[in-house]
Write a protein that binds this ligand. Sequence first.
Ligand code: SAH
Length: 215
Amino acid sequence: MIPDWPSERRRMVDRQLRKRGVRDPRVLAAMLAIPREEFVPHEIRVCSYQDDPLKIGYGQTISQPYMIALMSELLELTGSETVLDVGGGSGYHAAVLGQLAARVISIELIPALARLAEQNLARTGLGGNIKVVCGDGSQGWPDAAPYDAISVAAAAPDIPEPLLAQLGDSGRLAIPVGDRQDQELRVIVKSGGTVRERVATLCRFVPLRGYAGFP
Ligand code: SAH
């Protein structure tokens, strides 16, 4: 039997997001609109709306819906922004950000996953304002900088200097920082010459690789 995806999605939004305090109506609407099942490998499609990260191959995962909603909310997007999405994976997180901002650059290190993200976004018709690029996102993507917001979906040992440099004034960066097992989700806000930082929650992401990632 084919699951009733729209009602699974509604249940996910109510039980996993609203109940845990996600409030931004634009974020809730985006999570309700994006078909997560289209970004999940076929064999595990029935698990699409589980309260967990899911394997997408190459040792990588599509993040838990709650984490994606929380990170999106923390970026306080209004619809006019240019966003850098580091760790494109399946393209799902980029699709959510694409509903919330004007333009998204999604950077993925593994070429096969960059192609997967591109295919998923094209098939669902959600890629219109999203550019997928293949490369080391720990160095940012200078071509489209400065960014109004940067979202990092892989755990970093520290805040990568190039990402801070490519964040525009009043820009916001959400990034898990810690060791390979456990991290804290930090939100960095740049304003004037100063950088403010706070911890939003504890979390667990796959490691960031590359120049400013884990060896
Ligand atoms: N946001 C994705 C899943 C993130 S999993 C989704 O919605 O499906 C983390 C991703 O970060 C993995 O795909 C991994 O290959 C990628 N990654 C790790 N280090 C990276 C780097 N330095 N630059 C770009 N992508 C990186």
